[in-house]
Design a protein around this ligand. Sequence first.
Ligand code: PHB
Length: 393
Amino acid sequence: MRALKTQVAIIGAGPAGLMLSHLLHLAGIRSVVLDRRSREQIETTIRAGVLEQNTVDLMVETGVGERLKCQGFNHHGFEFRFGGEGRRIDLYNLTGGRSVTVYPQHEVLKDLIAARLAAGGEIVFEAADAQILDIGQAPRVRFMAPDGALCELAADFIAGCDGSYGPSREAMPAGEREDYQRIYPFGWFGILAEAPPSSDELIYARHDRGFALISTRSPGVQRMYFQCDPAENPDDWSEDRIWAELQARVSGNGFRLKEGRIFQKGVVPMRSYVRQPMQSGRLFIAGDAAHTVPPTGAKGLNLAVADVFVLSRALERFYTAGTADGLEAYSATALRRIWRAQHFSWWMTSMLHRFADASEFDRRRQVAELDMVTSSPAAARTIAENYVGLPLH
Ligand code: PHB
């Protein structure tokens, strides 16, 4: 048995775990990050792509924003399309100069991994079978190192940043935890295509055939989604069929998508989930380990970053001032933002998707709601404030 020791054991090298390790390092606190995946897998898995202003500011302020500043695309607005026309939400003017940046999640992870390794940080990739042994007086995580050695990592605290399927959620005693969830009866069919952008800004479209989203990755690669059956088999969808479906949902008023070779396709499930409280003993959970949002509000990665921002400040206070008040308040502080994001993500989802049991009344009400949020400045501002993100401080 190899015995290791650190201050904070972090399970999961996703946005929450890596950002936490980075913020702790800047506060002089040591951590070890474990992940069962390889560095290559983490750096190449395609996930979401919209960063709130908060996330961008935090990356820039903490020295990991150089590539983001050069390669990210700053968006001052997005478009809602419905009834054959597009209506813009002017994020920038509605929020007093805030905006979002399209920069893929795996690029954020590359930047954080590079920064941690350059600073001598410890990330154990391909750490198998991570098991939380104690979340009380002697927090410990056991895992198998890539060389086959059985390791036991002792720490003052464990941060569970291991997503929906990691060991952290299960390590919380059953009697102390509450789970809230909603599973949507649809998924998103996502594609990556080699094509020029069809629009300067993201398009969220409502159509009687279902929702569609036009996003981007780079000048030559576009990311698009359309609402589908959650059990849809991507192999049943030829390129022609995909383009026909997307065009049917977003074209109109002279607008058409620019098509190109589709080189990746897959179905994303849609659900809302919250585990609370986000602490048990010396285990703190953050990011997808604690909550899931449907991607419609583009909040997943941003919520993970906001969680660990709060957690890092609380740990810093513990180590420098010797008080646990920040740690005790972590769950409540994080949950307030999380429930706001849950509401926003549910709202965007319900406003834009086709529900199989919707009546004609429901459909007309949905269109009226889109009309309201794109014509009332007060309603548009509500959308804009939530989309760019509530302030971190
Ligand atoms: C994406 O580009 O992958 C993306 C953009 C906006 C969303 C969700 C996903 O709301």
